[in-house]
Write a protein of this length. Structure first.
Length: 445
């Protein structure tokens, strides 16, 4: 902003100085008409007066244009830009005037005809290509102001605001947000690029600019699929009713199977420039209806947040404790070095989550061990994740219930296969009651 104000000040200053020079030179030329006559038949003082007038006209045009632009609410920076154009024209006229004053205008014209054409042709190659592209666009109209177009080659999508001889002005879509919404950031694409770029027009018919879109919902295998499909289709019909009426295309569903459940893909016609809002409304309606329908459940791999995961582990431990009803007197501290670590397929993220919980709240429930006959070592029957978490915390001992001989074989009727699955503490391992807490501080080396 300061630079713009400084430029405006310089324009006023040059205007005043050029007036003063023109007046002084004009008076000298009047009173001394034959002083320093040049080859072109004019005096040096007269030439100076003419040059000052030319410079003054450029400054005056800039100031008048600035006044007009300010009335239209345009910034002063545009005045400076147009002033540069006036100044360039004035410099060209000044050069021609000087050549005329020295009587070399014909020579200058010959030089310009030799090299000027080549220079102009080289410098105007892109503008001429842009002008040709502008003509073709206006004739063929592959896109129009208001259309949403994409340049895949440069990764740009935007709404067309203006089609000019030099540039196509786009209101960028995305870029600052992860959505297909116009962000108000204007991008100028040189028209000459249109000869070498693939352009995708999303809105060939502006009065009916529709395209296929989808919303994906994951449901569990034990959900009522028919009710789930009904929820999705009803949501699409409710939100896109006017589009269905205009296109005659009904929403439909496709599905895929994956580890945790079913992908239901709701596909529907949407308005190109209103796509994010329509998808949001459909998602909101689907979630609302699923919350009201007990027969339909969303599939979530294991747990979806730290707090929910810890709460679920605690709940399962409490349920298992009530089920197994172990006497707290059976719990003892066992040296971690004597426990055989047979962990397989343990997810480090689960261990890290449980480690944070134990570090904050202590060890709420003991692990279950089996004494190895004839050896002073133990194997883990239940609590593999808790054991791994305590090892990472640097504990020397861990609260445990030790089973011996046939008692360990009868532990909840688990086979070796079930013992393996029990290593996933937070999912299906039996847990035992433990009234005390083993805190990290009590296990520091």
């Amino acid at each position: 902003m300061e630079k713009v104000k400084e430029s405006i000040f310089k324009i006023w200053l040059s205007f005043i100085i050029s007036i003063a020079i023109a007046v002084v030179a004009g008076l000298v030329a009047v009173f001394f008409p034959q002083t320093w006559t040049m080859g072109g038949g004019i005096t040096v003082i007269g030439l100076i007066a003419i040059l000052a007038v030319i410079w003054n006209i450029a400054s005056l045009c800039t100031l008048l244009t600035g006044a007009i632009l300010r009335k239209k609410g345009r910034p002063d920076s545009e005045t400076v830009m147009i002033g540069q154009l006036y100044r360039l024209l004035s410099i060209i006229v000044i050069i021609l005037t000087i050549a005329y004053g020295f009587g070399k205008l014909n020579t200058f014209g010959a030089l310009f005809s030799m090299f000027g054409g080549m220079l102009l042709g080289w410098s105007l190659q892109a503008p001429v290509s842009g002008f040709a592209a502008w003509l073709l666009i206006n004739i063929r109209r592959p896109f129009r102001p208001g259309d949403r177009i994409q340049f895949p080659g440069i990764g740009l999508t935007g709404d067309v605001k203006e089609i000019g001889a030099m540039y196509v002005v786009l209101d960028q879509v995305g870029g600052t947000v992860g959505s297909e919404e116009a962000v108000g950031r204007y991008i100028l694409v040189p028209s000459a690029m249109l000869f070498s770029q693939v352009v995708i027009n999303f809105t060939v018919r502006q009065e009916a600019a529709y395209m296929l879109d989808e919303v994906v919902v994951r449901i569990t295998y034990n959900s009522d699929m028919q009710k789930a499909e009904s929820i999705l289709l009803n949501a699409a019909q409710l939100i896109t009713g006017d589009i269905i009426k205009a296109t005659g295309i009904q929403p439909y569903i496709r599905s895929d199977m994956y580890d945790y459940g079913l992908y239901l893909r709701l596909r529907y016609q949407t308005h190109v420039q209103d796509r994010p809002r329509i998808a949001y409304e459909i998602n909101k309606e689907i979630v609302r209806e699923i919350q009201r329908t007990p027969a339909v459940d969303l599939a979530i791999p294991f747990i979806y947040s730290y707090r929910a995961g810890v709460a679920e582990m605690d709940r399962k431990e409490d349920d298992a404790a009530a089920h197994n009803n172990v006497d707290p007197q059976q719990i003892r501290q066992v040296d971690i070095a004597k426990i055989r670590d047979t962990a397989r397929n343990v997810d480090p993220r689960d261990v890290a989550q449980l480690r944070r919980s134990i570090a904050l709240a202590g060890m709420l429930h003991p692990i279950v061990l089996r004494s190895v006959p004839g050896k002073d070592t133990y194997e883990i029957l239940a609590g593999q994740l808790r054991f791994a978490a305590c090892k990472e915390l640097g504990w020397r001992t861990i609260p445990a219930v030790v089973r011996y001989g046939s008692e360990s074989d009868r532990f909840d009727g688990m086979s070796e296969r079930r013992r393996e699955s029990a290593s996933q503490d937070g999912i299906n391992a039996p847990k035992l009651p433990y009234s005390g807490q083993a805190t990290p501080a009590s296990n520091q080396p």
